[in-house]
Write a protein that binds this ligand. Structure first.
Ligand SMILES: Nc1ncnc2c1ncn2[C@@H]1O[C@H](COP(=O)(O)OP(=O)(O)OP(=O)(O)O)[C@@H](O)[C@H]1O
Ligand SMILES: [Mg+2]
Length: 277
């Protein structure tokens, strides 16, 4: 569980007054929830993520992870943070060493460590690259290695800060599927910062930040139909979403789990096969 209670935060500015990002912000992300965090550029998404990890500390208020408050200046070992650019988070020239890096710092038993590394690499589908150099992998594969390293640390929550913005389309799908598995199989709380509404649709909840405030918090599907002022006018709505909405408006019972062309196609084909009543 991620909890912010009355959190205020501002950045120092060399010229002029401090830049106030949050003032008395309250937010609760339930244990095991998959929450997408959206909002315009500069609305404070990354700042919020860094407050959750403890990379930044609030000037007032409290951040709690799993019910325990973070002390000022404390970086939470229970939260993993994944940045857009995996290269900035890769520290070793061999995949398995990179995944083991955080564990080595904890002085763990070597046999246990090796099992943990193996399991984490398997989880992200990168076991066969164990002995490869991370620097020769694609951006998406590198991102998976970074995620394996964080999984090895057994974090209870992950902050994903635009994790797919630097990976190609195929790797992007695999990484998004991985988040879904981490949510379903491992019960890890996910806070997924994204500019893509299509990505947000696979989350359970969508949190929309605007001017340092939460202007929407609910199922992603309800976001577009909620208060029109909740979102920016320039939010790009994926065409598939418009098609599904259009079909629903014309009385087709498309279930809530259908988000992609493939899912829509298999739903329609199934319905075709079903005996008509
Ligand atoms: N290190 C910093 N020093 C001073 N101001 C900062 C710093 N980092 C961010 N800011 C300012 O704080 C505000 C929130 O920034 P933040 O990076 O959290 O936004 P964001 O929602 O992640 O934006 P984006 O979608 O562009 O990533 C912005 O006005 C930004 O300019
Ligand atoms: Mg950001």
């Amino acid at each position: 569980m991620i909890e912010l209670k009355g959190v205020s935060f501002s950045y120092a500015s060399s010229a002029g007054p401090r830049r106030q990002v949050f003032e008395g912000l309250n937010l609760l992300v339930r244990q095991g929830d998959y929450a997408a965090l959206m909002g315009p550029n500069g609305s404070g998404k990354s700042t919020l993520g860094k407050l959750v990890k403890g990379l930044l500390s609030p000037s007032s208020g409290e951040v709690r992870i799993g019910g325990r408050p973070l002390n000022p200046g404390e970086v939470s070992p229970r939260v993993g943070y994944i940045f857009s650019n995996p290269e900035n988070q890769i520290v070793s020239s061999i995949v398995e060493e990179d995944v083991a890096f955080g564990l080595g710092n904890r002085g763990m038993d070597p046999a246990l460590m090796s099992a943990r590394v193996e399991e984490s690499l398997r989880m992200v589908g990168m076991a066969e690259y164990r002995t490869h150099s991370p620097h020769l992998l694609s951006g998406g594969q590198q991102q998976k290695v970074v995620i394996a390293g964080i999984l090895a640390m057994e974090c209870e929550a992950l902050v994903l800060d635009e994790p797919t913005s630097m990976v190609d389309l195929r790797d992007r799908r695999e990484i998004l599927d991985l988040f879904q598995r981490l949510h379903e199989e491992k019960g890890i709380t996910l806070l997924h910062i994204t500019h893509s509404f299509e990505e947000a649709l696979q989350a359970q909840d969508l949190i929309y930040l605007k001017n340092g405030r939460v202007s929407f918090y609910g199922p992603p599907e309800e976001f577009l139909t909620s208060t029109p002022s909740a979102g920016p006018s320039n939010l790009q709505i994926p065409p598939i979403y418009q098609i599904i909405q259009g079909l629903r408006e014309r009385g087709h019972p498309i279930p809530p789990g259908v988000h992609s062309y493939a899912e829509l196609k298999s739903f329609l084909l199934e319905r075709e096969k079903a005996p008509r009543s």
